[in-house]
Write a protein that binds this ligand. Structure first.
Ligand SMILES: [Fe+2]
Length: 375
């Protein structure tokens, strides 16, 4: 995707000075963790277990950071949420990776034990860790400092084994044979947590995992897992069939939006000056700078309506109804707040002009100077 690089922004700096950019994201309704990794030198990246309902958020982050997404990977066919992999593929052209054993449609990168998924100068090793489902895989970072264990191993717990071909003996073998054999210092990033625990380590889980840590034997573990008597996941009827299509909606046609809105990672609907200049006659362009700025040397866009931000709430009635509103200011920050205020006031078709008047003039688009404010 074409990301607009912000002035002075560097992916390596965003990565915290390391060559690996790493972000852990969370979907609160399903307790799902999503992981974004990128090689800070090349910008090539991967996303693991992206959630359908969080697609806009995840894509905005990928765009803003300037990551060239190579693949969207899933640790397994989830029963509790729909994957965002197909949406990510549609938006970025990335491949869709899932265990070949899951036999899902639209998978372009079928994965098996021992495969490597390369992103720039970094890679993940695929380890088969079945037991929660037949097709569960874990992803181990090239230097074995991190493992993404999906639902095979959770913080002080593990995935259930009572549906979707689950088998506690198999899960025992997967964890002890594939996770416990990683260095003790390897950090474990799970697929879920429901109580805010976001990371653990091989050393910790070997010692303290409530089901298979400490002195627990396979018999202890299986005895535990076979007696959990958990309720059926309530979204399984919707989630599983969708995940066996890699999250491709049954009817991907969505009604055309009024504009090619992009949501920023901050959650704001945004438009670019190049769209606005071609559609200026179809929208109300609302300038929320001060009267002095509007009439000053920076000028203003012809035909825009001036309502300074401090007066916006009291003057909402002056905004014409029945047409979309695009808000602008000098840089796009005050107009961001104004956009939020308008959304809160009930406006549905409203967007912020990304970069404000500065971005508009940087594109060489015309401004009017020294004319009277308002109108
Ligand atoms: Fe699962």
């Amino acid at each position: 995707m074409a990301a607009t690089p912000a002035p002075g922004y560097l992916l390596l700096a965003a990565a915290g000075g390391s060559s690996l950019l790493f972000r852990q994201l969370f979907d609160a309704p399903t307790g799902t963790f999503t992981y974004l990794l990128a090689d800070g030198h090349t910008g090539k990246g991967l996303i693991i277990d992206t959630v359908f309902d969080q697609h806009g958020r995840d894509l905005a982050l990928i765009d803003e950071l300037g990551i060239d997404l190579v693949a969207s990977l899933d640790t397994h066919a989830h029963a509790d949420h729909v994957t965002g992999s197909w949406l990510m593929h549609a938006a970025t052209g990335c491949t869709i990776g899932l265990a070949a054993a899951a036999r899902a449609e639209n998978v372009t990168l079928p994965l098996s034990h021992g495969d490597r998924v390369v992103f720039g100068g970094r890679s993940l090793e695929v380890r088969a860790t079945p037991g929660h489902t037949d097709g569960c895989i874990s992803f181990v970072l090239d230097d074995q400092s991190m493992v993404f264990s999906g639902d095979a191993l959770l913080v002080r717990g593990c995935g259930r084994c009572d549906f979707q071909q689950g088998n506690a003996h198999t899960l025992w073998n997967s964890i002890t044979g594939q996770i416990w054999t990683l260095p003790d210092s390897c950090l474990i990033f799970p697929g879920h947590d429901y109580t805010g625990r976001n990371v653990t380590s091989v050393a910790e889980e070997k010692a303290f995992n409530a089901r298979l840590g400490g002195n627990a034997t396979e018999r202890d573990f299986v005895g535990y897992m076979d007696n959990m008597k958990l309720p059926h996941p309530h979204r399984i009827a919707e989630a599983l069939p969708a995940n066996l299509r890699s999250g491709k909606p049954r009817n991907p046609e969505t009604p055309p939006a009024w504009a090619p809105i992009r949501h920023s990672y901050a959650g704001l609907p945004e438009l670019r000056p190049t769209w606005l200049v071609a559609h200026q006659g179809d929208v109300t362009l609302l300038d929320v700078r001060s009267t002095e700025e509007f009439g000053g040397p920076d000028g203003h866009v012809r035909g825009s309506l001036l309502i300074p931000l401090p007066e916006l709430e009291a003057r909402l009635g002056e905004i014409p109804t029945g047409r979309p509103v695009v808000v602008l200011c000098h840089s796009g920050s005050r107009s961001a707040l104004a956009t939020q205020q308008l959304i809160k006031a009930g406006l549905r078709q409203v967007a912020n002009l990304h970069g404000g008047l500065r971005a508009w003039t940087a594109e060489g688009l015309p401004v009017e100077r020294f004319s009277s404010a308002g109108g």
